[in-house]
Ligand binder design. Sequence first.
Ligand code: ASP
Ligand code: MG
Length: 420
Amino acid sequence: MLVFKFGGASVKSAAAVRNIVNILGMYQEPVVIVISAMGKTTNALERLIDAFFSRHVKKLQKEMELLRSYHLEILEDLFPDKDHRAHGVIENVFDELSGRLNQEPSMNYDYDYDQLIGYGELLSTRIIALYLEESGLRAKWIDIRNSLKTDNTFREGRVNWELSGKLVKKNFVFNGERFLVTQGFLASNVNNQTVSLGREGSDYTAAILAHILNAESVTIWKDVPGVLNADPKYFDDTILLEKLSYLDAIELAYYGTGVIHPKTIKPLQNKNIKLFVRSFLEPEAPGTLIGNFAYEKLVPSFIFKMDQVLIRISPHDFSFIAENNLEIIYGILHKNGLKINLQQTSAVSFQVVVNNDKRKVRLVVDELEEHFKVSYETGLELVTIRYFDDATIERVMINKTLLLEQRGVQNIQLLVRDLG
Ligand code: ASP
Ligand code: MG
């Protein structure tokens, strides 16, 4: 049995959905198919959620209208027959969403977010499962929330492996079907409230299912040829990494290559399940294979994180940054869900680099200011180089000022300000 994960770009239009049917036609095995929301739907839903939470009725209606028309256009293209039952099924999903939007927001943003954000995946999986059936492929739609169980950490659910293991094994069975179609990114708590796994979490879903079901391999279908040594947005001479060890994959994912979600590798590594990253535009091409390979120094890989914020924290009384202060700082960052991309301690200050999530940064800075002197700088870039050497450092430092540097054996991280 195989697990495939199709991300937003691979299901962004009717043509893209048709392409999936072609890809599935290349395989003989039963496949569990994990699907993300279509195109940029999750971003659109985030705008809708903000409008809902701030009671911005006009904006909410506009976002809802855009969401509907985008999906209905794809649906009508795939199912031109207006009497096809697909239209009723999708209408029901929209009715359910409207029902929720007609209720008052609760006091808990993260809870409300998770009750709404999942509609992207609920719509995409419904549409695609129906279309596979329509194309003569025996497919079944599965609501993953009945199987994948987490704690109550909304927006970053922590998986209950024991319970999920039992439920996934019970519910993900092929009964004459060739394909089981389900949602990435979603899960639920024991009260059946939707809990999401964090942005870009669908890769992780695929890995969890593969682990529990002992899949032969996982394939993540992307709009890039595989894992490259740099983002083609920044470099025009990128190299495809044909084979990667689990460790290299974890490191690259952790520092933010964006090609694979960092949590994806561990569940696969623990059961020695291979992971392919392939292009849905060129499904015959080999892509990248991640597996249990021996250590080998690879070509340098570059990871760029743009729009970074450097927060400088120092005690009011010029006392040293000691453990008790660090505990307060980490506590505030953790409570607000802001992840540290780089940190550096000196005798009298502590510096952290985080993504520019404006809402969270504001909350964190306000709270830090109750205890410390705080300043911050936005608009910075964080460059990580794995398997760095002097030439690669020089290459990324052109026209940049260095603010912070952290050097390990294999990796170097450079926080820079762009001068150009
Ligand atoms: N649709 C979700 C997101 O865009 C999950 C995913 O795509 O992995 O974050
Ligand atoms: Mg995605």
